[in-house]
Design a protein. Structure first.
Length: 79
């Protein structure tokens, strides 16, 4: 089974749409949803290994302008 994670993203005010557009272009990002609540965007990411997820988050998601903070939740079981 491939590794899967939910990445909860907080953006700078007024930057959610541009961040979402940038996220959609990344390999390994399966879905991008704008949400209400304490986070602005939730990404579902997949990779072959947990290291692939880590590389995606730290190397490709974190550098996107407009992202203030992320929380990555690794899936440990899927129905």
């Amino acid at each position: 089974m491939a590794a899967k994670a939910f990445v909860l993203i907080e953006t700078a005010v007024g930057r959610a749409k541009e961040v979402a557009v940038a996220l959609e272009k990344l390999e390994g990002v399966k879905s991008v949803d704008a949400v209400t609540g304490p986070y602005d965007i939730i990404v579902i990411a997949e990779g072959e290994t947990l290291n692939d997820i880590g590389d995606l988050v730290t190397g490709k998601i974190h550098p996107i302008n407009g992202i203030s903070r992320t929380v990555t939740c690794l899936a440990i079981w899927s129905a």
